[in-house]
Design a binder for this molecule. Structure first.
Ligand SMILES: Nc1ncnc2c1ncn2[C@@H]1O[C@H](COP(=O)(O)OP(=O)(O)OP(=O)(O)O)[C@@H](O)[C@H]1O
Ligand SMILES: [Mg+2]
Length: 373
C-alpha cells in the first residue's frame, strides 16, 4: 500500500452503503482517493501523483477487485513511484494507454474539491463533462486527445507568427484538424448535456424538496447556427476560425472551439455561479454528479461506485435524507463523515460502518442501530 497515511490496508466491502467515520485528518478521504485512483489513475485532489506515495517510501501500490454486474470481475493493480513513474495492470496485463484503463472500473466522486464546479472557472465544468463522457466512450477520449494536440500546435504556430500573416496553407492544416475533432467533441457534448440536464434538474428538484428549479444549458464559444451533427458543426467551426483568423493571429491564441465551452447553471432563473448560496451550490454540484451517475448507469448497464466525501455537512436535514433516498439503489457507495450522528438509525442498520483512525480502519459493530464511536 504505502498510500498517503496508510502503510497497509485491506478492506472488503460487503454492504451497498459503507460509512467511513472518524475525526479529522485520520485518513477517510485518503480511502476514497485510493478508490478513484484505482479507477482513473488520477487523484481528485492533486495533479502531482507523487504526493500520494506515503512519506519516506519509494513507491505506493493500490490494488482493487471489483465485481461487475454487466461483465466479468475486474482487477486493477497500480504502482506509483516517487519519481512519477506509474504502471497500471488490468487483470494482470500492463496497460500503457489510458484509453485501455478508463472505464474498466466506473466511479463517480463528489467531494469538497468539486464545490467549485458551480462557482468556479468554466474549465472545471468542461473537465466534469469530459470525465463523464470519456468514462463510457473511448472514441470521445481519443477525439479529446487529438483535439488537444492540434490546439497546442496551432497555438504555438499563432504565437510564433507574432501577428504576421501565415504562409498559405499552414494554418489551414490545423484549422481542419480542430474543426474535425472539435465538431465531434461538441456533438457528444450537446447530446450528453441534454440528457444530463434533464436528470440533474430532477435530482436538484428532489434534493431541494421541490422548492428549487435548476437548469443547465450548453454554452458554446461561438454561434452554432443551429448545427448539432458533427458534420455541420465542423463546417461552422471551420468558417468561424476563418473569420476570426486576423484576431487570433494578433493575440496568438485560438479563441473559438470546444476548449472554450461552458455550462450555464441557473437556480430559479438566476445564475447559480453568482447568486447561489453555499447550500444551493452544493446541492447543484451533487445533482450534477448524481446525473452523471445516472447517465453512466444507462450507458454501461450498472451503477458506478459512488464516493461521497464529506457531503453531509452544510446540507440541511431534508437534503441530507434526500441524498440517501436518491442513492438507495446504487450498488456501492462509500461515504465519509466525522460523526455517525449524521445518519438515522434506519440508515445505520443497512450500512457497513467503519471507524477510521490514524491510517487504520476498524469495522464498527452497532448495538441496536445506534452506533458507538
Ligand atoms: N503522502 C502522505 N504520506 C503520509 N501521510 C499523508 C500523506 N498525504 C497526506 N497524509 C496525511 O493523511 C492525513 C489524513 O488525510 P485525509 O484527508 O484522509 O483525512 P480525513 O480523515 O479525510 O480528514 P477530514 O475529516 O479533515 O477531511 C493527513 O493529516 C495527512 O497528514
Ligand atoms: Mg476528508
Amino acid at each position: 500500500m504505502n498510500f498517503r497515511n496508510y502503510e497497509h490496508l485491506e478492506l472488503e466491502l460487503t454492504h451497498n452503503l459503507n460509512i467511513l467515520a472518524g475525526q479529522n485528518a485520520q485518513g477517510k478521504t485518503n480511502i476514497l482517493e485510493a478508490v478513484l485512483f484505482m479507477a482513473v489513475s488520477k487523484s481528485p485532489r492533486t495533479a502531482h501523483d507523487s504526493e500520494l506515495v506515503r512519506w519516506d517510501q519509494p513507491w505506493s501500490r493500490v490494488r482493487g477487485e471489483v465485481q461487475r454486474r454487466a461483465r466479468e470481475e475486474v482487477s486493477m493493480d497500480l504502482t506509483l513511484w516517487t519519481n512519477g513513474r506509474k504502471t497500471v495492470k488490468v487483470n494482470g496485463v500492463t496497460r500503457r494507454r489510458m484509453a485501455d484503463v478508463i472505464g474498466q472500473v466506473n466511479v463517480v466522486m463528489f467531494g469538497p474539491q468539486d464545490l467549485e464546479l458551480v462557482s468556479g472557472e468554466p474549465a472545471l465544468r468542461r473537465r466534469f463533462l469530459n470525465a463523464a463522457i470519456a468514462q463510457t466512450s473511448r472514441e470521445y477520449f481519443h477525439n479529446l486527445a487529438q483535439y488537444r494536440k492540434a490546439l497546442l500546435q496551432r497555438n504555438r504556430l499563432l504565437k510564433s507568427l507574432a501577428g504576421r500573416p501565415a504562409p498559405p496553407g499552414v494554418l489551414e492544416v490545423w484549422d481542419e484538424q480542430l474543426a474535425y475533432y472539435g465538431a465531434r467533441l461538441m456533438e457528444a457534448r450537446i447530446r450528453v448535456v441534454a440528457q444530463l440536464s434533464e436528470q440533474a434538474q430532477e435530482m436538484h428538484y428532489k434534493l431541494a424538496g421541490g422548492r428549487e428549479r435548476m437548469t443547465m444549458t450548453y454554452q458554446p464559444s461561438f454561434d452554432l447556427d443551429g448545427a448539432t451533427a458533427a458534420e455541420s458543426l465542423g463546417e461552422v467551426l471551420g468558417r468561424v476560425l476563418e473569420q476570426r483568423r486576423a484576431e487570433e493571429l494578433r493575440r496568438g491564441l485560438t479563441l473559438v472551439g470546444p476548449h472554450r465551452d461552458d455550462l450555464e447553471l441557473r437556480i430559479n432563473g438566476q445564475f447559480a455561479r453568482v447568486y447561489g448560496s453555499q447550500g444551493q451550490q452544493r446541492t447543484a454540484t451533487l445533482s450534477l454528479k448524481l446525473a452523471e451517475l445516472g447517465l453512466v448507469r444507462q450507458w454501461i448497464g450498472e451503477t458506478p461506485i459512488l464516493l461521497l466525501d464529506d457531503v453531509m455537512s452544510e446540507l440541511d436535514d431534508r437534503r441530507r435524507e434526500q441524498v440517501l433516498a436518491l442513492t438507495e439503489d446504487v450498488e456501492q457507495i462509500l461515504i465519509t463523515c466525522s460523526q455517525q450522528r449524521t445518519f438515522s438509525d434506519a440508515i445505520l442498520r443497512r450500512a457497513g460502518l467503519y471507524w477510521v483512525r490514524d491510517g487504520r480502519v476498524e469495522p464498527l459493530v452497532t448495538h441496536g442501530g445506534g452506533g458507538t464511536g
